[in-house]
Design a protein around this ligand. Structure first.
Ligand code: NAP
Length: 471
């Protein structure tokens, strides 16, 4: 047989994880003019788009419009989507090795990072990832409860864009929420929540905050919430001041400091809710009997450590009452059994997207990775395009070198037959389009972009209407 990538023997690639990285990688492989390719994109959910559907905040519809680009990828002849297929349940890694020349892992970083402080697991203290999944109708989180009815003060830990998203969602008013594609089950709960104050804790200073300018600006533009920043909190320490004035400082940090300084100078206008942004503050302990009752905060100072400013505990303590804590200190990857994993980084062990057998070891032939599970949870959606390019360039160069898997059964029907044999109720892209259409239709009478299904069974019912899900 000729080398893969020719019309007689097309390159067959399985991509696992249908988020932005999976779609960008699929697109780049299919569009390579020198390679005839067929790409099968798998996801454990019946729906594609990963964090664009399950992570991006409901009030950010513009960011979600990137799915139009992914729809164009899906329209290519060499592309197939297999939703509702879980690796380890419906297909094993060995199955992919038997059917594809290459496997590309793009399943993201789904788990939350832990704080490692006492009380972290008390009812009332939750990972922001779960809260985000809940309000975005992710089936894994649809049944969660956060005790919003009994909470007056919420504390959000972390200074990234996810912290900004959850803060906004707690502060948006009912009319603002009802214009979005937020999960139906979340609207009434958020609307009837007793939250009056949201305290956001940054462990370092305003110049080190991880959020970006539009996100911190939005916090100051909320209809229902005033923003409070203590002027002492935005007074930079000498090292941060010198850095922010230097050429090394990035514009995002400089503008963040300007915006926060403005907030510190403005007077609250007696809106019903208050957002308090605090800096140099780390959670030390979450206290409570049955549920969260308070949080102990440690005051930090910044110290230079290997070229960057790190937070160091001063020993000063303060306890504030609160009923809800949302920990938003980043995501981490979950290992896939049989795929080499870097526990420290929470990523698949890889060099520039080529999966490695061990630290500094050989490339595992035919296995690749892209996106958050390759580099960690950083950057915006578009960052994954460049990241996928690096991986796909290596994959295509390995095609040229003949360094790929040698599948026993590379025919395109074989994987469908195997899934049918195993009674896997997979959803094709046209099955997803039925779900999409049904959601948009449900939204129309309410002038909402869509009303999402939050249960897998509901999605499968719609996808299988007028035929099986795979058609
Ligand atoms: P992130 O940007 O990495 O922010 C994590 C935050 O948690 C940082 O402020 C970090 O502080 C803090 N942190 C970490 N460990 C901590 C600890 N033990 N105690 C207290 N604070 C701690 O992560 P993210 O907010 O989850 O966002 C993930 C990625 O998605 C980011 O690239 C983000 O920009 C992107 N995103 C973008 C948007 C958007 O474009 N609108 C929306 C959501 C997410 P240090 O800096 O001190 O480590």
């Amino acid at each position: 047989m000729s080398r893969p990538g020719t019309p007689e023997n097309p390159l067959r690639v399985a991509i696992i994880g249908a988020g932005p990285s999976g779609f960008y990688a699929a697109d780049q492989i299919i569009r390579d003019p020198a390679t005839e390719a067929q790409v099968d994109l798998f996801d454990r959910l019946p729906t594609p788009y990963g964090l664009v559907r399950g992570g991006v905040a409901p009030d950010h519809p513009k960011i979600k419009s990137v799915t139009r680009v992914y729809e164009r990828t899906a329209a290519n002849e060499g592309f197939r989507f297999f939703g509702n297929v879980e690796v380890g349940r419906d297909l094993m890694i060995a199955d992919f090795e038997r059917h594809y020349h290459a496997i590309l892992y793009t399943f993201g970083a789904e788990a939350d990072r832990e704080l490692g402080i006492p009380g972290e697991d008390l009812p009332g203290s939750y990972a922001a990832t779960a809260f985000v999944g809940w309000y975005n109708a992710h089936p894994d989180y649809a049944d969660r409860e956060f005790g919003l009815d009994r909470a007056k003060r919420a504390v959000v830990i972390g200074n990234g864009n996810v912290a900004m998203d959850v803060t906004r969602m707690l502060a948006l008013d009912d009319a603002e929420l009802r214009r979005t594609d937020i999960a139906d089950h979340a609207i009434d709960v958020l609307d009837s929540s007793g939250i009056e104050e949201i305290v956001v804790l940054g462990r370092r200073g305003p110049a080190q905050a991880a959020f970006t300018n539009p996100e911190i600006k939005e916090i100051g533009e909320l209809e229902e919430a005033d923003v409070i920043v203590d002027p002492a909190d935005v007074e930079l320490d000498p090292a941060s001041q010198a850095w922010i004035e230097s050429d090394e400082a990035d514009k995002t940090a400089r503008v963040n400091v300007e915006i926060l300084t403005r907030y510190s100078q403005s007077r609250p206008s007696s809106k019903p809710k208050t957002i308090v942004l605090r800096f140099l503050s780390s959670p030390v302990e979450i206290r409570g009997g049955e549920r969260v009752e308070s949080i102990v905060i440690g005051r930090n100072e910044l110290v230079m450590d290997e070229g960057s400013l790190r937070a160091r505990d001063t020993g000063e303590r303060e306890e504030i009452e609160c009923e809800l804590v949302l920990r938003s200190v980043g995501y981490t990857g979950i290992p896939l059994p049989g795929v080499p994993f870097d526990e420290k980084k929470g990523t698949i062990l890889n060099h520039e997207g080529r999966v490695l057998e061990s630290h500094g070891g050989e490339h595992r032939t035919g296995h690749y990775t892209a996106g958050w599970i390759k580099r960690g949870p950083s950057g915006v959606i578009g960052t994954n395009k460049k990241d996928a390019q690096e991986t796909v360039a290596h994959l295509l160069s390995d095609v040229g070198e003949g360094r790929l898997l040698d599948p026993e059964d590379p025919g395109p029907e074989a994987i469908e037959n195997l899934l049918s044999e195993r009674k896997a109720n997979f959803v094709s892209f046209s099955g997803w389009q039925k779900i999409d259409h049904a959601e948009v239709t449900r939204g129309e009478p309410h002038e909402r972009p869509r009303v999402k299904f939050a249960k897998i069974d509901e999605m499968l019912d719609v996808a299988t209407k007028d035929g099986k899900a795979g058609t």
